[in-house]
Ligand binder design. Structure first.
Ligand code: NAD
Length: 252
């Protein structure tokens, strides 16, 4: 384990991509705040980091609760110090034809993916400005390019890209980069849920997906964690406002 150098926050870090990212950023030498809903497995992510010799704290927060999220961000700064790395990952997909989607479901979708990223980015900006260094990495999706039956998710994930590009322009002068990782099919609870909805066994679902992916396999959470680790590190200081599709083939 490298010496602890910076403080990172990862939202939705109880499972899947967020958990792998938190573990990876800790292995890179950062103290990591692991944020997720109550009664999820976020304590297990903290335990995995600590048992590998890293430093982590876990916080139960619903990222759609603006005041709760702002308070959690303040708590991270109190307990671990100024946040240098922010990964907005918490989210979920919802497959629903537009006619069946309610305004509440639409609002929930934009709230979890966009409002939360706005809230956390706003919270970390003064500290990043004061230290002249910051890395913001937002998790979008290949659905940002449009997926049938996912108007809300596609709009929110596309919004994440515009938000990040604007951040890159605005915060570049104070030493902050902002980039997007846009995953394709990744094995996680989210894709397991889609398999269930389609009445497919998860292994069969992965096989079908892999057949349409140029590299011939589905992605793992670690594939995304690797990309986030690059954007979060010193070596990526001249890379900002970019969208990296990690999807086993070209997109975008
Ligand atoms: P996952 O379900 O394993 O992880 C999502 C995490 O976000 C969960 O731990 C969940 O509890 C948390 N979360 C959801 N709503 C929250 C809220 N309101 N407050 C706090 N935490 C909340 O799924 P995953 O695949 O690891 O998804 C991570 C991110 O990657 C999501 O933003 C998702 O849209 C994106 N993504 C996933 C895939 C994929 O194929 N799995 C593809 C593209 C994008």
């Amino acid at each position: 384990m490298a010496n602890i150098s910076r403080v990172a926050v990862v939202t939705g870090a109880a499972s899947g991509i967020g958990a792998a990212t938190a573990v990876r950023l800790a292995a890179d030498g950062n103290a990591v705040a692991v944020l997720d809903l109550p009664d999820t497995g976020y304590a297990e992510t903290v335990e995995a980091i600590e048992s590998a010799g890293g430093r982590a704290i876990g916080l139960a927060v619903d990222v759609t609760d603006r005041d709760g999220l702002a308070a959690a961000m303040a708590q991270v700064a109190d307990e671990l110090g100024t946040v240098s790395i922010l990964v907005n990952n918490a989210g979920y997909s919802h497959d629903l034809p537009i006619q069946d989607m309610t305004f509440q479901q639409w609002d929930d979708m934009t709230s979890v993916h966009l409002d939360a990223a706005f809230c956390t980015s706003r919270a970390v900006q003064p500290g990043m400005a004061a230290q002249g260094f910051g890395r913001i990495v937002n998790i979008s999706s290949t659905s940002a390019l449009g997926t049938a039956g996912r108007v809300g998710y596609s709009a929110a994930k596309s919004g994440v890209i515009g938000f990040t590009k604007a951040l890159a322009l605005e915060l570049g002068p104070i030493g902050v980069t902002a980039n997007v990782v846009a995953p394709g099919f990744i094995v996680s609870r989210m894709t397991a849920k889609t398999a269930r909805r389609l009445g497919r066994d998860f292994d069969e679902h992965q096989e079908i997906a892999a057949n349409g992916i140029p590299v011939g396999r589905v992605g793992r959470p670690e594939d995304i964690a690797n990309a986030v680790s690059f954007f979060a590190g010193d070596a990526a200081g001249y890379v900002s406002g970019q969208v990296l599709f990690v999807a086993g083939g070209p997109r975008g």
